[in-house]
Write a new protein. Structure first.
Length: 82
């Protein structure tokens, strides 16, 4: 059937995998998808391109954070040094 957006966090009773809000749930079991949609755990079907863009943007944000140079703090004089 495809991938669907998780709109309510849950733990899959068959695989015991935890799914967070905003993550994607993938299954070929039409009955399982319909059940999870009926119980309002899953939202709309998502396109692979949308998921890839989200993952790519998260990875680029992480790499930007890692690339920022860490500046050294100036040494503060203790009161005895003044």
């Amino acid at each position: 059937m495809g991938k669907y957006v998780v709109i309510s966090a849950f733990k899959d009773k068959f695989t015991e995998v935890h799914y967070a809000i905003g993550s994607a749930y993938e299954s070929q079991d039409e009955e399982r998808i319909l059940f999870l949609k009926e119980k309002e755990f899953l939202g709309d079907k998502v396109q692979d391109e949308l998921l890839k863009v989200e993952v790519d943007s998260e990875e680029s944000e992480k790499s930007e954070l890692e690339e920022k140079p860490k500046g050294k703090k100036p040494k503060q004089k203790s009161p005895s040094e003044e």
